[in-house]
Design a protein around this ligand. Sequence first.
Ligand code: GLY
Ligand code: MN
Ligand code: MN
Length: 453
Amino acid sequence: MTTIPLTNAPISQLPLSDYAKHRAAFMAKMPTNSIALFPAASELTRSNDTEYAFCQNKNFYYLTGFNEPDALLVLLKGKEGKAESILFSLPKDALHEIWQGRRIGQVKAVEDYGVSESFEVADIDNLLPDYLDGKSQVFFGFNDHTFAAQVFTWLKKVKSSIRQGAKVPEQLVDADPIVAELRLIKTDNELALMRHANHISGLAHQRAMEQCQVGKFEYQIEAEILHEFAQYGARNPAYASIVAGGDNANILHYTANNDVLKDNDLLLIDAGIELDGYAADITRTFPINGQFSVEQKAIYQLVLDAKNLAINAIKPGMSFAELNVLTNAFLTEGLVDLGILQGDLAELIGEKKVKDYFIHGLGHWLGLDVHDVGDYHISTEREQLRAFKKGMVMTIEPGIYIPLTDLNVDEKWRGIGVRIEDNIAVTKTGFENFSVNSPQTIDEIELLMKAPD
Ligand code: GLY
Ligand code: MN
Ligand code: MN
């Protein structure tokens, strides 16, 4: 497979000025005389005195681009509408910086990150009650119970000064849905970053195909993927890579990755990088020995055609609900043709029998989180009715899963699990598929995996 070059200049990070634009967009939703609070993530202990790799709180990152733990962003909108942003962050600390790593500090936070002011985290408890005093509304994310408790501690402090003239804010507003709606529509820079993330992830999927051999272990292929990620500037995967040989593909979130790869089995790989916080989420399935069997080919082609059918229908105004109708009917008909489902086609479609084999959703929003935020407008029938708009990015990922334990089907189908997943941006008139750099047709895959003569 020849690598398809990126058509647009690749970017590996957003300019810091974009985060100021994100803050301005949030502040445009705040009424006058209000305050919004966004905490950074903290380091998480793995065991004793070792930590997991740090992952920033994604809403905080979206509004700051700041990647240190324990910080706090405060957005203030005054009575006349004047907007200010204040970043509390950890102080410069020579000893910490010798042992653990550099910190940005308060001076650079203002210079580089464009906030109005920056203070040390040690000042938070002193300053926050003053900021809250007299505001009409307080915005913060209701999902974070620990932080909500912290907000109430500060509010209590304001309340304790009522006799001195303090005024407690009357309304608490959940900031999460507001940030989610902003995050859902990607800017051109975000799209360029995600396109680049897909490109690199595609190279990793190609490498996995090239390096795959009967007898290797799943984790060895995972290492090949991580190698390629790092080679192109992305150290971290966006989620734990799934490298699932044979029947392991029928475990949807299989991450043990410790089995040996067997002849005549398929290998399902669901892996993508995180680039400046933004995720790629690509799945490819291919034969471990480089050649699809007749049954594998049949299932694979059906899933591939279903994926392409759904993707080609994407445009503004379309919805996951409508794509589901198309894809479910198509897959049902395909499974009837193969003799895997039996009965009247219309009845099988009406009963959604395909869901016995296509056991997850067709796709999800993609962005700073792999399952990104943003309302789907889910109806009581659990349909995702939201109309697509330019700038949304989603995955399309049909799959067919037939575990070895499924005694309802002919033995020849058992142990086959296929998912194919692309990342798609909605454009003004249609779609752009970011995942063009990851081989997916049967011919492309067999050619790439063919041993040199
Ligand atoms: N990698 C997780 C998913 O495809 O949803
Ligand atoms: Mn996905
Ligand atoms: Mn995936």
